[in-house]
Ligand binder design. Structure first.
Ligand code: NAD
Length: 496
């Protein structure tokens, strides 16, 4: 077990793992240098140290990767669904065997505590297993037309070559949530992971190859030139689909580029989740849910509770109980045992969170705990609780993406719903109430694609994940997930 190893042993284990990760682009089944051998550094946000130097793809490299995906498309679509599923299933098995490596790698490049990284291996891995099982359930229909003069056949065909852009906050799950349904459906792909956390995708690509994925079916381009590389791929008429997970402003820009090429798109964008606590809520359960919904992934989740809306009669008690729990969170490098809060991803993130907190305090909010940058190597911010936050403040409006709770009181259900829906985002909402009928009303009145009713974490590979409004288009996971990668084809034949 990791906790029994000494520091030099742990350091050696980290070095050995990092040395085993491919450092090149994966194009057409070959690990390849970038144009001109360009490379960039990947850093550990807990220390600031460089942990790897990897290929930095040019736009031409991106197009070569698409060439490989296009070349592999026909044969992959013609591969038996059972075979496609078995490769995904085998990859899931390999990931189970290598959970510790995958988890440590995520902690090293992204900063999340090891226990959470293991949780992401389980969650992210489930998409491989789920879509391995969905690959064989792609169906169609056959029938007589209403006039009785012909036969109508409706088939589901793979969309074709896809381009995936993923964020840094869940390096494994955001990749498997796209790769697994696409491959199950018979699509080939190019994936561009976030430049801050490219190593997990390279590791995953290695597992898929080990599981028998044919050359060119999945291609990986790591790059610091996200815009130019993506522009080159998106403009190519051979591309058929873009699936993006990231911020809403980048998603909007990509949707415009995708429109020029009339691409199918799936957009998993930002969130600003409301977390409602009613006067009849089980406060212990609400505090447990709040800790999970806010502090998982150091607050850097699209599903993170961003705005705690609490009935005025229980707001002080909720704030007090939550603050007691927040002050007990342990900050440190995610590899240290007992740590529950790792670093933020980089200095920019720390500056953004700090500015939002300062602005809220200047606007009259009260700090119950935290509120400051932590003076130590790496990019850490104190777990923070703010009350009396104004609904007009930037921290209420914008996605915080950090370990900061903002508490706003409400007077009644109508006020709570108005406040909850007063945002352009609509990814997920959380509500705590013991009143069943109120719960049913909230399901209908909260404008979000997902909802946690008396639970603080909703993600599950078997469920359709996605948002409404500026939080996105489409669903990933569940029975719905594979349809993002299937095109409907209708055929009419004469009456035999
Ligand atoms: P980001 O938008 O900055 O980057 C996401 C990806 O887009 C990265 O790979 C980045 O390299 C790439 N990118 C950036 N500019 C680009 C451009 N001009 N053209 C093409 N690609 C470009 O987001 P981030 O900071 O990596 O991730 C955090 C955001 O992602 C948050 O807003 C979060 O809510 C969102 N997110 C959403 C979901 C979801 O499922 N809805 C899941 C995770 C994260």
């Amino acid at each position: 077990m990791t906790t029994e190893l000494t520091s030099p042993q742990l350091a050696a284990r980290e070095a050995e793992l990092l040395a085993s990760i491919p450092h090149q682009l994966l194009i057409g089944g070959r690990w390849t240098d970038a144009d001109g051998q360009a490379a960039f550094d990947v850093r550990d946000p807990a220390t600031g140290a460089v942990i790897a130097t990897i290929a930095d793809a040019s736009p031409a490299d991106g197009v070569h990767a698409l060439d490989a995906a296009v070349a592999a498309q026909h044969a992959w679509a013609a591969t038996a669904p059972r075979t496609r599923g078995e490769i995904l299933r085998r990859t899931w098995e390999l990931l189970q065997e290598r959970t510790e490596e995958a988890a440590l790698l995520m902690t090293l490049e992204m900063g999340k505590p090891l226990a959470e990284a293991r949780g992401e291996v389980a969650y992210g891995g489930e998409f491989l297993r789920w879509f391995a099982e969905e690959a064989v359930r792609i169906t169609g229909r056959f029938g007589t037309n209403p006039e009785g003069t012909g036969r109508m056949l409706v088939a589901q065909r793979p969309v074709g070559p896809c381009y995936f852009i993923t964020p840094w906050n869940f390096p494994l799950a955001m990749a498997t949530r796209k790769i697994a349904p696409a491959l199950a459906a018979g699509c080939t792909a190019v994936i561009k992971p976030a430049e801050l956390t490219p190593l997990t995708t390279l590791f995953l690509a290695g597992l898929l190859r080990e599981a028998g994925l044919p050359d060119g079916v999945l291609n990986v381009v790591t790059t610091t030139q996200a815009g130019p590389v993506s522009d080159a791929i998106l403009a190519d008429p051979r591309l058929r689909k873009l699936s993006f997970t990231g911020s809403t402003p980048v998603g909007v820009k990509l949707l415009k580029s995708a429109a020029d090429n009339v691409l199918r798109t799936s957009m998993e964008l930002g969130g600003n989740a409301p977390f409602l606590v009613f006067e009849d809520a089980d406060l212990d359960a609400a505090v447990d849910g709040a800790i999970a919904a806010k502090f998982r992934n150091i607050g850097q989740a699209c599903t993170a509770a961003n705005r705690f809306l609490v009935h005025e009669s229980v707001a002080d008690e909720f704030a007090q109980r939550l603050t007691a729990r927040v002050t007990a969170l342990r900050v440190g490098r995610g590899t240290e045992s007992g740590v529950t809060i790792g670093p933020l991803i980089d200095g920019r993130a720390v500056a953004k969170v700090g500015a939002l907190v300062d602005d809220a305090v200047a606007g009259g909010a009260e700090l119950l705990t935290g509120g400051h940058v932590i003076d130590r190597p790496g990019t850490f911010f104190e777990p923070t609780v703010l009350t009396g936050v104004s609904v007009d403040s930037a921290i209420f409006r914008d996605e915080i993406f950090g370990p900061v709770v903002t508490i706003v009181p409400f007077s009644d259900e109508a006020d709570a719903v108005t406040k909850a829906n007063s945002t352009q985002y609509g990814l997920v909402s959380y509500a705590y109430t013991q009143d069943l009928r109120r719960g049913q009303r909230l399901i209908e009145s909260l404008d979000t694609g997902m909802m946690g009713l008396n639970v603080g974490v909703v993600s599950n590979a078997a469920a359709p994940f996605g948002g409404v409004k500026h939080s996105g288009i489409g669903r990933e996971g569940g029975a719905e997930g594979i349809h993002e990668y299937l095109e409907t084809k209708y055929v009419l034949t004469p009456d035999p």
